[in-house]
Design a protein around this ligand. Structure first.
Ligand code: RB5
Length: 150
């Protein structure tokens, strides 16, 4: 998949190592990214980094965001509270592919303490290589986004 904008990456300390692995993988594939931190294994608060990655998508500077924390769950909870973000915490490639194809997800969350590097990179590839199918799914996305106003 070729993107006209970079991929936004962000992690807390629990996802820091995985983020570094993903950076190397994207570099190998010639996929541009922006790293919004964190820059070490020192403890930080994952909501701060979820916001950085999501803001980059919402302001149009990045195509998609990939967020890593210990479980991926905290990042996904934060991301899904931000209007305009559709985040999926994935530990399998099928979900990663179909959250793009059917849910038009713009945020992938991964748990650095849950998935190993090999599986995580397969999940990243499944997510980045899939495209939203539109059609009958668009109406469902419209209904999903309307839930933000409840
Ligand atoms: C940090 O210890 C951990 O709570 C965080 O990385 C994440 O797993 C939260 O959901």
């Amino acid at each position: 998949m070729q993107f006209d904008k970079p991929i936004a990456l962000a992690a807390d300390h629990g996802g820091y190592e995985l983020k570094e692995v993903i950076k190397a993988h994207l570099t190998e594939q010639g996929i541009a990214f922006v790293d919004f931190g964190t820059d070490s294994a020192a403890s930080v608060d994952y909501p701060d980094y979820a916001a950085k990655g999501c803001d980059a998508v919402l302001n149009g500077s990045c195509a998609l965001t990939i967020l890593c924390c210990g479980t991926g769950v905290g990042m996904s909870m934060c991301a899904n509270k931000i209007k305009g973000i559709r985040a999926c915490c994935c530990s399998d490639t099928f979900s990663a592919e179909f959250t793009r194809r059917h849910n038009n997800a713009n945020c992938l969350c991964l748990g650095g303490r849950v998935v190993g590097a090999g599986l995580a990179l397969q999940i990243v590839d499944a997510f980045l290589n899939a495209e939203f199918e539109g059609g009958r799914h668009q109406n469902r996305i419209d209904k999903m986004m309307a839930l933000e106003n409840r």
